[in-house]
Design a protein around this ligand. Structure first.
Ligand SMILES: C[S@@+](CC[C@H](N)C(=O)[O-])C[C@H]1O[C@@H](n2cnc3c(N)ncnc32)[C@H](O)[C@@H]1O
Length: 378
């Protein structure tokens, strides 16, 4: 993404202030504008030296927190106008796909910011694990909403080698995904099914919330991802996670077998586009209808496995209406034995009386997600 901006700004819209202004200088200033703000003094002085500009100028640009403001400062310096069109940040069709009352400006800004790394403290006393992480040079900050969630602001490069990670005391998981676990709210001793478990992030979270008592069956269409779930469950020391392959079709032997089922469905991923910017240009509008049809099919088959009185939770990391309220509406229309169930939105504290909510990136510096909860009545 930074390369895209550099190219776009340096080659198409900039008019050098004075003849002879070096393209290198422009490019380096632009690099400074879009580079990560974590760049240290060595990079600043290198950019300044190579770009023949004052280190103070580059450093002052680095200090500007907001990407747009940073880009504007560079344009002011170069006497250039380089306004990015919204259609260069997102495909234009996407703007019509967010829910009607969305704060589009805020969303566009958040799409341009670097997402933080979130960890879930999985085992042990959280305070002790936080001390251990800090002792390993990780700068971490505990969430004031989810007590086992910590944000890493510095030092994550050595994470995979740290014993806290290798011994399963922490797992990497965005805080929005952690909040989905709170909406599931499984109780110790229950039987849950994570139907689209993938690599098992939420499976492990459910098992943690159940304090090792009860069962969480993990399934997915992709066997390789299930192997990852198996490895991560072993690292966490959870022995109550049976792994079963599932391709989304009806599974009669599981009918009415679970207290709760989570369908963390395949989706456009539009809530994670700041983490994965290239996906903005690979998802097509025509994919959305197809995704919604798959989501309804998965919910219908997985829903059969819920006991009467049990919970069905639907989650996506999409912010598009059609994959969220759209899918929910169509599912409930054809499954009258499921009713929406209210819950408390973990980040805002609001009661979601309609049984669904979005997690917006600015609520917790998190991925964008959607979650809905239903109760089976018969
Ligand atoms: C959003 S991802 C799940 C992420 C996972 N729950 C986690 O927390 O890491 C959706 C998953 O659905 C799976 N999937 C897609 N189509 C499926 C199908 N027909 N049956 C079962 N799983 C399917 C994908 O393989 C993918 O792993």
């Amino acid at each position: 993404m930074p390369d895209y901006f550099i190219q776009r700004l340096a080659t198409q819209s900039l008019t050098p202030k004075a003849a002879g202004e070096s393209l290198v200088r422009q490019r380096l200033l632009l690099a400074a504008a879009v580079a990560e703000r974590t760049a240290g003094p060595a990079l600043i002085s290198l950019l300044a030296r190579r770009g023949e500009v004052q280190p103070n100028l580059v450093a002052s640009i680095f200090r500007i927190e907001d990407t747009f403001e940073r880009t504007r400062a560079v344009c002011r310096e170069l006497g250039a106008s380089a306004t990015l069109e919204i259609s260069e940040l997102l495909p234009s069709w996407a703007l019509d796909r967010f829910p009607q009352d969305s704060d589009i400006n805020r969303l566009l800004l958040s799409y341009q910011q670097r997402p933080p790394l979130w960890l879930r403290i999985q085992k042990g006393d959280p305070e002790a694990v936080i001390r251990e992480l800090r002792g390993s040079s990780l700068a971490v900050q505990r969430s004031n909403v989810i007590p086992f969630a910590v944000m890493v602001s510095e030092g994550c490069s050595g994470l995979y080698l740290m014993s806290a990670y290798r011994e399963g005391r922490v797992e990497i998981q965005d805080i929005a995904s952690q909040a989905v676990g709170l909406v599931c709210a499984p109780r110790p001793g229950e039987r849950w099914w994570d139907a689209c478990a993938g690599g098992g992030g939420k499976t492990l979270l459910l098992a943690q919330l159940m304090k090792g008592r009860g069962t969480v069956v993990a399934s997915d269409i992709r066997g390789r991802k299930l192997m990852e779930t198996r490895r991560r469950a072993a690292r966490a020391g959870f022995s109550n996670i049976p792994i079963r392959s599932w391709n989304g079709s009806n599974q009669p032997s599981w009918a009415r077998a679970f207290d709760g089922v989570l369908v963390d469905a395949p989706c456009s991923g539009s809530g994670t586009w700041r983490r994965n910017p290239a996906a903005r240009w690979t998802v097509r509008e025509e994919d959305l209808e197809e995704l919604s049809a798959i989501q309804i099919k998965l919910l219908s088959s997985a829903g059969r496995a819920v006991k009467p009185g049990g919970a069905l939770v639907y989650a996506t990391c999409s912010l598009f209406e059609i994959e969220n309220q759209g899918t929910v509406r169509r599912f409930l229309d054809s499954h009258p034995h499921f009713v929406p169930e209210q819950f408390v939105q973990p980040f805002t504290g609001n009661r979601c009386v309609e049984g669904w909510t979005y997690f917006w990136p600015w609520e917790a510096d998190c991925d964008g997600m959607f979650v809905a909860r239903f109760r089976r009545t018969e």
